[in-house]
Each structure stands twice: as C-alpha cells, then as structure tokens.
Design a binder for this molecule. Sequence first.
Ligand SMILES: Cc1cc2nc3c(=O)[nH]c(=O)nc-3n(C[C@H](O)[C@H](O)[C@H](O)COP(=O)(O)OP(=O)(O)OC[C@H]3O[C@@H](n4cnc5c(N)ncnc54)[C@H](O)[C@@H]3O)c2cc1C
Length: 289
Amino acid sequence: MDDMRYEAPETLDAAVALLAGAKGDARVLAGGTDLLVQLRAELIEPALLVDIKRIPAMMSIAAEAGGFRIGAAVPGAELGEHRALKKAWPGVVEAAELIGSTQVQGRASMGGNLCNGSPAADSVPALFAAEATVAILGPKGKREAPVSEIATGPGKTSLAKGEFVVSIFLPARPKHSGDAYLRFIPRTELDIAVVGAGINLILDKSGTCTEARVALGAVAPTVLPVPEAGEALVGSKLDDGALEKMAAAASAACRPIDDKRGTKEFRIKVAGVMARRAAQIAYKRAGQN
Ligand SMILES: Cc1cc2nc3c(=O)[nH]c(=O)nc-3n(C[C@H](O)[C@H](O)[C@H](O)COP(=O)(O)OP(=O)(O)OC[C@H]3O[C@@H](n4cnc5c(N)ncnc54)[C@H](O)[C@@H]3O)c2cc1C
C-alpha cells in the first residue's frame, strides 16, 4: 500500500478544498465502521482520508423549519439520546439504533450508512419513507437532493468527485403522523438485514390514512421505494384488507438476490410481513400524537 494521508479539517471550506484538490482516491471518514473494515480488507486504497468529525455542522442536531437538520457524522448513540428527534421520528431513530452494537453506535453515522451504498443499510428505508433530503457540498458549491437519489447501486453513489453529504434534513411532522422501521435478521442483533421495511403514515382526525410511504431494504440493488404499497393504505384505517393489499404490493416490488442469508422467495415473502408489521406500529404511533 502507498502512503495514505489523513486530514481532519475543522471547517466545511477546508474539507471541500481537501477533497477537491485530492490526487487519486479520496474518502470521507465519518465513524469509520464501514471504511476501516474495507481498508483492512484492502478493498480500497485511498490516497487521502478526510475525517469530518471535527467539523461542528457535521456533528450537530438542530431544529429547522419545524423539522431537524442532522449532521451527516452524528453517531447513532446521539440520535437515540435526542428526545425531541426520537419523539418526532421514532422510526428513523430506531433504524439508526439497530446499526451494530453499543460500540458501533458510538461511531456509526446515518451519513456513512447512506454513502456506503449498501442496499441493506438499516437507516436508509426509514429515511426514504420520511422523505428526508440531504445537503451536499462540493467544489461547485452547495446542493440539496432527496435521500433516494444518493445510492445508485451496491457501494455506489451519485456524489460527484469532491462532493460530500453535510447533513440530513427530516421535515416537520403534521399531527397524527408516525413512522416505524423493522428488519428481519437470523440472529437477535449484530447482523445485516435480510429484509428491512420503513413506513411513514399521516392520518386524519378520524384515524383514516391520508398519506403513506413505504420503502424496503435488502430486496433490490438499492433501497426500494414502493409507492403502490403506500397507496394501498390511503383511505383506510389499516384494516386487514388494506394491510393485505399493501403487503402484496411490497412483495411484488422486490427484486432480491439469493445469498447465504436468504433465498429470493424468502425475502419476497418476508418483505410483505415486515411491511405489514411496521405499518401497524406506525399507525399506533400516529394515533398517539
Ligand atoms: C460490527 C458491525 C456491525 C454493523 N451492523 C450494521 C447494521 O446492523 N446495519 C447497518 O446498516 N450497518 C451495519 N454496519 C455497517 C456500518 O456500521 C454502517 O453502515 C454505518 O452507518 C456506517 O457509518 P460510518 O459513520 O461508520 O461510515 P464510514 O465507515 O465512515 O463511511 C462509510 C462510507 O461512506 C462514505 N461517507 C461517510 N460519510 C460521508 C459523507 N458525509 N459524505 C460522503 N461520503 C461519506 C465513506 O467515505 C465510506 O465510503 C455494521 C458494521 C460493523 C463493523
């Protein structure tokens, strides 16, 4: 391995300059829980690592426009300790808190989870369902993009050379809304999702669903939004018929692979089951606020 340079800038401008001026492969280092594993396995050999954790904007959670702006490098443990965020977006927070162990939680960020580009990344279906957006900075300036436009395939993103995600924005919650994330893993913890399902619901005063968004993990090359599954819930109070239709739409959308953790058939069936159970949790939460 050639020499690798490590930099830990303290401002966004300095990070932009380092990444834009890099010769060879340059990588952003957030928690390092994916990156360091890939380095040790010699899957990557970057010439430059830019550690973003000393940049205050990337490590803070702030209220904004009724919602929350979360620095891309904020670790899962801090998300779980933020009461207002957890109250507004319990599904997003529980998804981020499923990542790894207590030790991993002290490091692993949602920015890293998203930019690592894994189709099984736990926080990403919940962020899709929340219609989260990201603020991106790069040599050409700042831009915003939906979370759904970042990963383009396993290990791949749409970020241009020198671009990085600064923050993730979760919008304001209307009354009677709730979200949830569930995953299936063969063990009780520390495993990669065989299927993940994120759901976000908005109800009217009577408890009828007016908006629903469903996204699935680990069943396609990227996290998969399933608008047909959401539509199956709209106009219902999540009776059995609507839940059946939603689960069938979720299963029908899946394009999974076979691997040692699950066959295609298993993933397709379990996607419907996870989506159904997550919808029931989200519905209960929506009824409580
Ligand atoms: C023991 C263990 C258990 C795990 N369990 C789970 C699990 O249950 N569920 C799960 O989803 N994942 C799991 N992971 C994977 C990993 O912890 C997560 O994907 C985590 O969220 C990555 O975040 P990080 O901050 O550590 O990212 P890093 O490792 O620092 O970065 C990951 C990738 O994203 C890029 N990157 C990071 N931040 C940015 C940014 N702001 N802008 C642009 N690019 C960026 C990096 O360059 C790198 O390519 C596990 C990992 C380990 C080691």
